[in-house]
Design a protein around this ligand. Structure first.
Ligand code: UDP
Length: 237
């Protein structure tokens, strides 16, 4: 049994605690929500439970498809034991449908279908507001090695294929999502979370938004959308 020790870090949506095993940490999901690089703040009641359980479920699904992640064991509604990784300072975004910042940047309307999934890299920096970068920047400034970038790209595309198919089966369009990777014992593994905070989910038929965009855009029905996503996946809260 690993024991929870001191808090190592508190982020916008999660706290991280050390454990009696230096290779493992505990993630504790909060209901706090932020958007626009922390400018908009609020609470989404029950979000921590949804994100914890959904992320763990999806990482389990990905494990069956050969994608290694930091997931070790769900401890309770909000807490999960994970591998203690060194986070690669890149946010990887995969897009199947144009939305959000891509729509603003290109002028293409939300809902436009690209002819192939689009992978984007952002440099993880709160002070800079996570600027978009390319692979050359990541290499030239030492944020990842060439081998790591290759692994990250291959894994990100596979993760997209698996998740897109899974969500299509429950009547959801996986529009886009953000993932992060970590270094663990010399390997690159999937880390952080996959949840309605980090994905865009649209109902396949009605195109209703079932994710954090309801909070970002003050659309109302935020909690309902998170619960609906749990119901679609078949998860109990
Ligand atoms: N995303 C995220 N964290 C970020 C930025 C984006 O989880 O710091 C997710 C977001 O929820 C969406 C996808 O990545 O599913 C693409 O986001 P986009 O670049 O369109 O930015 P946004 O419009 O959310 O600012």
């Amino acid at each position: 049994m690993v024991e929870q020790k001191e808090q190592l870090y508190e982020g916008k949506a999660k706290k991280v605690f050390a454990t009696s095993d230096p290779d493992l940490v505990i993630v504790d999901y909060k209901d706090d929500a932020t958007a626009f690089n922390g400018l908009k703040k609020g609470t989404i009641v029950g979000k921590g439970v949804v994100n914890n359980k959904m992320s763990n479920y999806l990482m389990g699904l990905l494990a069956k498809e050969g994608i290694e992640s930091h997931f070790v064991e769900e401890l309770d509604d909000r807490r999960t034991l994970v591998k203690h990784v060194e986070i690669v300072p890149l946010e990887v975004i995969m897009r199947n449908v144009v939305a959000g910042s891509l729509s603003k940047r290109t002028g293409l309307p939300e809902g436009t279908l690209p002819s192939m999934p689009v992978l984007e890299l952002y440099y993880k920096s709160d002070e800079l507001g996570d600027p978009m970068i390319n692979a050359d920047h990541a290499l030239a400034f030492g944020w990842a090695t060439a081998e790591e970038l290759k692994t990250i790209e291959t894994m990100a595309r596979k993760i997209n294929d698996v998740l897109k198919n899974f969500f299509a089966g429950v009547g959801i369009d996986l529009v886009d999502f953000k993932i992060e990777f970590g270094r663990y014992k010399g390997k690159i593994i999937l880390a952080d979370e996959i949840s309605p905070d980090t994905c865009r989910f649209w109902d396949s038929k009605t195109k209703e938004k079932l994710d954090k965009d309801r909070f970002r855009r003050d659309m109302g029905g935020v909690e309902g959308a998170y619960h609906e996503m749990m119901r679609r996946i078949g998860l109990k809260e």
